[in-house]
Design a binder for this molecule. Structure first.
Ligand code: ADP
Ligand code: MG
Length: 238
């Protein structure tokens, strides 16, 4: 089985000389279709770096990042941008919606950028909004919605057009706990439908939605477990 996402001995060094920081050190990681993997670890352990590399938003200092078997470095900048639009959905902690666009326009944008006609992009966007349960808010602007509704739009944007890899960096950080659970349920159901998901979180009850937990410390994978072992890891991290 081909991993949707695979990192092979990935190292990312920021800066140089006295200010040099190794954000990730020879990390191996994979996420398969249908699976949600939680990434946990203390602040500064490299979780966001792993996600930006996985999404082709950053490139490794050494090592290889593959999405559906393709080495992202071999794609070049343009190819990575195209891959991001078609295969990768990215959900940020602070939603990152475009305030001047309505909900449906925000969700349609990646499809339009990818050359879909505007009617077809809108149709796909409405289907994604339907899937996250807020099709009735399609014409509202982000500032006319609650935080939970805005994050649903961000998730709709991440899943529109059948993206195979969903990357979420503390997607519930700005939400109350009940809304946060709803958001995780949506990501989980997308993985159950066949996407691979990577969820960065520092909350044990959020990691409980995942099939596996990968634990980072100082840029190194220090442990990895099935859901049953997660409790042990979480205890150890405290
Ligand atoms: P986490 O998401 O787990 O909190 P990050 O991946 O954001 O961790 O950061 C890992 C380490 O890399 C930290 O020490 C951080 O300060 C450093 N780092 C991250 N991004 C940059 C950057 N653009 N320039 C310099 N250092 C960075
Ligand atoms: Mg982070």
């Amino acid at each position: 089985m081909t991993a949707v996402l695979r990192l092979e001995r990935v190292t990312r060094v920021h800066g140089s000389g006295a200010t040099e920081v190794t954000a990730l050190h020879e990390v191996g990681f994979a996420a398969y279709a249908g699976e949600l993997v939680a990434v946990m670890g203390p602040s500064g352990s490299g979780k966001s770096t792993l996600l930006t590399l996985a999404g082709g938003l950053d490139t490794p200092t050494s090592g290889v990042v593959r999405v559906e078997g393709t080495d992202l470095a071999a794609l070049g900048q343009k190819g990575r941008a195209a891959m991001r639009r078609t295969s990768v959905g990215y959900v940020f902690q602070d939603f990152n919606l475009i305030p001047a666009l309505t909900a449906v326009e925000n969700v349609a944008l990646p499809r339009e950028l990818d050359g879909a006609g505007s009617r077809s992009a809108r149709k796909d966007a409405l289907a994604a909004l339907e899937e996250v349960g807020i099709a009735d808010l399609a014409r509202r602007f982000p500032d006319e919605m609650s935080g939970g509704q805005q994050q649903r739009i961000a998730i709709a944007r991440a899943i529109v057009g059948e993206r195979r890899l969903i990357l979420a960096d503390e997607p519930t950080g700005a939400l109350d706990s009940e809304t946060g659970e709803d958001i995780l349920r949506l990501i989980r159901s997308r993985c159950d439908a066949g996407a691979a998901g990577v969820l960065v979180t520092h909350e044990a009850r959020h990691a409980a939605w995942a099939d596996r937990v990968v634990f980072l410390r100082d840029g190194v994978v220090v442990d990895e477990s099935g859901a049953d072992g997660a409790d042990v890891l979480l205890e150890r991290s405290r």
